[in-house]
Design a protein around this ligand. Sequence first.
Ligand code: C2E
Ligand code: MG
Ligand code: MG
Length: 415
Amino acid sequence: MPSSAARWDVTLDDLRGALARGELVFYFQPKVSMVLGTLCGAEALIRWRRGDGSIVPPAAFIPLAESSGFITEITLGMLDELVADLAILHAVDRGLVVSFNASARDFEERRLVDSLVRLLDGGLLPAGGVEVELTESAVLAAGPPLVERLDVLRKRGVSLAMDDFGTGYSSIDTLSRLPFTTLKVDQGIVGRMQESAKDATIVESSIRLAHCLGLDIVAEGIETEAVFLRLQAAGCSVGQGFWMGRPMPLDDLVALLRSGRRWPAGAIGLVHMAMLDHLEWRKALVDALLSAEPGGNPPPPDAFSRFDIEPTECRLGRWYKGPAKELAGIAAFAELEEPHDALHACGKRIVSASLRGVRFHDLVSEMRDLTRHSTRIIGLLQELEHAVLERLADGERARSGQQREARASAAAAPR
Ligand code: C2E
Ligand code: MG
Ligand code: MG
C-alpha cells in the first residue's frame, strides 16, 4: 500500500500554495474529563482542505513540512486561526483548554515563542486556555534552547504536554528535564490495553507516574467504552479518542459543546490514587526514620528532606485541594481534612524528635498515634469509595430504566 504522503503526492510548492490560499484549517478532537464525564478541551489538528473540497490528512504533509523546515511557517501561519477559533470556542465555554501541536523545529528559533508571548501579552490568547503538545521524538531531537523557550511559555502559564508518551526512548529522562505539565499516553499502547496485560500495566503505571510527578494525564486513542472505563478506573483524568469523538470542523465542536453531551463520569480512580498516596506518605516517614538510625548518631538535618511534612505539600493534600474538589459534596470528603491535619501534626512531632536524636524505639507511642489518624483516613477514603460506587450504581440504574422506557415506547408506537 502506498504511504499516505505518496498517495497524495504533495510537494513543498503545493504546501506553500495551500498556506498562502488559507487552505490549511484546524479540525478539533474533543477531550473529555473522565471524572465529570463532560467535554473539557480539544486538540487542534491540522487539515488541508483543498479547493475541490477534499481533505488531506496531516500524515500526507507534516513529515515533508518537518524535514524541509517549512513546518515553522505553517505553525506561525496558523496562529491567527488558532486565536480566532479559540475565541469562538471560549464564547461558548470559557473553561475549555485547546491544545495545538508544535514540532521541535518550531523552537529552534525564537519566532514561535515571541509570537505566542505577544498574543498572551495582548490578551488574544488566554494562558490558561491553551496548551502546546510536543511529540517525544521531537523533544529528543532538540537541544538546550528548547528547554529555555519552553520555560518562557511555562512561566506565562501555558501548559505543555508531552505527546505520544511511551513511544521512542528516554522518555522518562526527557520528562525530568523539561517543564511539562501534562503527559499524553500514546494511542498505540492505549489501543492494545484490552489484548495485552503488559500494555495495560504500562498504561496504568504511566498514569500513576504522572500523578506522582504532579502532571495532568491524558490518554489518547480511546476507541471503545471498555477502554474508557478501564482508564477511568486507573485514575486517568482526561481522555481523547474516536469513542468520544473524531477530529471535527470547528462548527461541529461548537454544536457538541452546546448539546451538553455527557460520557460516563467516575471518580473511583481518583479515590484509589489517594489511598496509594497516603500509604506511600506513611512509608516515606518510616523509611526516613529508619535511615536516620545507623550507628545511633543523630540524623543529618536533611534526613527528612524528601518527606512532605506540611499537609498542603503532600500528594494527598494537593489531591484534596486540586482534582478531588469534584468530590466536595460527599460527607466523607469533608471529614478527611481533620484527621489529615492531625496526621501531619503527629508526623511533625516525630520528625522533630528524631532530629533531636530521639531513637526510633522511643517513638513507638507517637507512631501509634500516627497509625490511629492513618486508619481513620483510610476508613474515610473507603467511605468515599462507597459513595462513588453508589453514584455509579444510581447512574447505571437510571440509564437502564431509560433504555427500558425507550424500548417500551418504541414497541407501543403505531406502525
Ligand atoms: P497527534 O498529535 O498524536 O494526534 C492524534 C492523532 O490520533 C490524530 O490524527 C487523531 O485523529 C488520531 N486519533 C485520535 N483518536 C484516535 C483513536 O481513537 N483511534 C485512532 N486510530 N486514532 C485516533 P491526525 O489528526 O491524523 O494527526 C496525526 C499527527 O499529525 C498528530 O498526532 C500530530 O503529530 C501531527 N499533527 C496534526 N496537526 C498538526 C499541527 O498542527 N502541527 C504539527 N506540527 N503536527 C500536527
Ligand atoms: Mg497531539
Ligand atoms: Mg499523540
